[in-house]
Design a protein around this ligand. Structure first.
Ligand code: SF4
Length: 481
């Protein structure tokens, strides 16, 4: 079995305590996809019915690597282990009908690959593959044409999707970008290999202070490829207003050897160092779902090495049923992160896409979990914001649940918004114990609309002019005369 041929082999299932024994020097990355589920289960979890997991992985993207298999998953408690739920698509992520349909197709010897793929596509097509109006409202236009590979939703921050970074060291089952890794997303992927695109675009928008390289996971790219995109931003006076290069990555959890022992690990760290020397900041937006991800020696060494370059690490993750829906877990995670020098940044809620019914936690419960954890940590952990959702109009946090004027309400706040003047505005929605996404909320106190909706509709009417970050930027210039 290919996946057993890694340098670090287990004859018995690894346990949580075995993680500290991991030898992380010169380990080779080995990737395993759906076709390896059966053999992985035979060794690590023979009690599981692999057919059900294979059916789920025919619809949702699945990839796992040797480090995650051997060091993060606690096989003694599978299928209830949170990291197992994080990387192996679960049968319960599908409706009973969809699961039965896929099981039936896969069980028929005469089923062709095309039939399996078509069935998977039909099911994916029902799962809101591109949420939050990303395609309609976030893609900017240059010279009248949509710019592939960029999103400019908020005035100060531009997202760039480097072509070579549109996959990950493992895939998360709850990933809101899951469509990027499947056929429903492949024709619509956000991606670009144009290394001049970012400097050209940013030079036109002096209010852009931050870029976010995202994917997938840009840290899957070699240091040389990453440098192709980053170095042109460093020395030009046209991009002097760019202050921070954010990199969204789960590499600390899924492949920390990227910073310690991969062949180009030193080059990667030198690139961060060079950004720092050029007077800009690298901000690693580390996706950390579970405390276990930062408890291995190699992950901690990776954090230390990154911080030595002058880069900062901020942590963020969604609150996910079956993976991290516990206040004590978040409390421990924030405390440990601060002890490592990581800044807790966001607790999100699961987005309205893919298998959200399986993973989502209602706002009311998310607020309780956030608050209970927040109340147990020191002020240094309270840089974290949440529970927050990346709604199409902006990032909205649930600040509280209160009784006001005889009504139970959610107290909400825009942490970030398509229209800058909405940012920091507090507003109210009628309490709904089951609501998991903004669309399910109604304004409080009998109002017909939330305060921003009319202006948002007007902004939608201008989407032919460009993305919201562009349009509002131009309007800002116009209003200053
Ligand atoms: S690392 Fe991020 S982009 Fe990759 S699968 Fe996980 S959530 Fe999605």
């Amino acid at each position: 079995m290919g996946w057993r041929s890694s340098r670090h082999q287990h004859t018995t299932a690894p346990t949580v305590s075995s993680r500290t024994a991991f030898n992380y020097d010169a380990t080779t990355l080995r990737l395993y996809t759906r076709s390896k589920i059966e053999s992985i289960f035979k060794t690590f979890a023979p009690q599981l019915d692999s057919k059900q997991y294979i059916a789920s992985a025919a619809i949702f993207p699945m990839r796992v690597n040797n480090y995650v298999l051997e060091n993060l998953i606690d096989w003694a408690v599978v299928p209830n282990d949170p990291i197992f739920k994080l990387v192996f698509p679960q049968p319960e992520m599908l409706s009973a009908d969809h699961l039965q349909t896929m099981l039936a197709i896969l069980s028929r010897p005469e089923s062709s690959r095309v039939q399996v793929r078509n069935t998977a596509e039909q099911i994916r097509g029902t799962l809101n593959a591109h949420p939050a109006r990303q395609k309609e409202e976030n893609v900017p236009k240059m010279d009248g044409k949509p710019v592939s590979g960029l999103q400019h939703k908020y005035r100060e921050t531009v997202l760039f999707f480097p072509m070579e970074g549109q996959f990950c060291h493992s895939y998360c089952t709850y990933c809101f970008r899951w469509a990027q890794f499947t056929s429903v997303g492949s024709t619509q992927q956000f991606k670009s290999s144009d290394t001049q695109l970012l400097p050209d675009y940013i030079s036109r928008y002096p209010q852009v202070s931050d870029i976010l390289l995202t994917g997938g996971d840009p840290i899957v790219m070699s240091a040389a490829v990453l440098a192709k995109y980053i170095r042109p931003l460093l020395d030009s006076s046209k991009t002097a207003h760019l202050k921070t290069i954010r990199i969204g990555t789960k590499s600390l959890g899924y492949w920390p050897m990227r910073y310690t022992s991969d062949a180009d690990a030193k080059d990667l760290l030198k690139l961060f160092d060079d950004v720092h020397k050029a007077g800009k900041q690298v901000s690693i937006q580390a996706h950390v779902s579970h405390p276990r991800e930062l408890q291995t020696r190699v992950a901690r060494e990776a954090v230390r090495l990154i911080r030595m370059t002058g880069a900062q690490i901020r942590s963020q993750a969604p609150l996910i049923r079956h993976v991290n829906d516990s206040a004590d877990l978040w409390r421990d995670m924030w405390r440990e992160q601060v002890a490592l020098g990581i800044v807790p940044y966001y607790m999100f809620v699961e987005r309205d896409t893919g298998p959200r019914d399986y993973f989502s936690v209602p706002f009311s419960e998310a607020y309780e979990i956030f608050t209970k954890a927040y109340q147990q940590v020191s002020g240094l952990c309270r840089t974290v914001r949440g529970p927050s959702m990346s709604y199409s109009a902006g990032k909205v946090a649930v600040l509280g649940i209160e009784e006001m004027y005889g009504q139970r309400v959610f107290v909400l706040k825009f942490l970030q918004a398509r229209v800058p003047s909405w940012t920091s505005r507090v507003f109210f929605a009628a309490f709904d114990a089951r609501a998991t996404w903004f669309d399910e909320l109604k304004p409080a106190f009998g109002d017909d609309q939330f305060f921003f909706e009319k202006e948002y509709e007007e902004l939608g009417g201008k989407s032919h002019e460009g993305s919201s970050g562009q349009v509002r930027f131009r309007e800002g210039l116009a209003s200053r005369g």
